[in-house]
Write a protein that binds this ligand. Structure first.
Ligand SMILES: Nc1ncnc2c1ncn2[C@@H]1O[C@H](COP(=O)(O)OP(=O)(O)OP(=O)(O)O)[C@@H](O)[C@H]1O
Ligand SMILES: [Mg+2]
Length: 161
């Protein structure tokens, strides 16, 4: 996925789910309405685990956050934000995503999109991409910020964790 001008990329080792949750905790305070987070990686790479951790990192009672494999989208209200969690694995054509409410999600909330590569040209130019892959120990995440996410990521990385 290379559409749009690339700005900042950082790699993070995520040896276990606690490390995934810690990264989500750092990212959560940056979220604002209109954000798009593309969660990318093979089957079982940890996309849902990250989305679950990110949703739970926002203010609110603990949420179960099931994988939206069959519903394709689930919404949450937390930390003053509307969160739309998409799983596009079963999407047959990129255009189907409009029926799922991607436009509304982008206008009003934060979109967390598993298998965002299924969007093709509908992929928003301003986005944060989180690429997950298997590592010797757990997973490795690469964060790539496009548009204003470049600067926002830099600010996050500069803050001590
Ligand atoms: N950082 C990590 N270290 C080790 N295991 C992890 C990590 N993150 C997730 N896992 C484990 O990987 C498995 C798959 O995770 P998850 O369901 O989040 O993947 P996914 O990318 O959403 O898969 P799918 O492509 O089917 O949607 C789970 O058993 C989860 O506990
Ligand atoms: Mg998943």
């Amino acid at each position: 996925m290379t559409r749009g001008a690339e700005s900042v990329g950082r790699s993070h080792d995520l040896p276990d789910e606690a490390a995934t949750a810690a990264l989500a905790q750092r990212l959560a305070p940056l979220l604002q309405a209109g954000d798009v987070i593309a969660l990318l990686g093979d089957l079982g790479a940890g996309k849902t685990s990250f989305a679950r951790a990110l949703i739970n990192a926002l203010d609110g009672p603990p949420e179960e956050v099931p994988s939206p494999t069959f519903t394709l989208v689930q919404t949450y209200h937390r930390g003053g934000l509307e969160l739309w969690h998409f799983d596009l694995y079963r999407l047959e054509e990129p255009d189907e995503v409009w029926e799922l409410g991607l436009e509304e999600a982008q206008a009003e909330g934060v979109s967390l999109i598993e298998w965002a590569d299924r969007l093709g040209a509908a992929l928003p130019a301003d986005r944060l991409e989180l690429h997950l892959q298997q590592a010797e120990e757990g997973r490795r995440a690469l964060l790539l910020g496009f548009g204003d996410w470049g600067e926002r990521l830099e600010a996050m990385e500069e803050k001590p964790s």
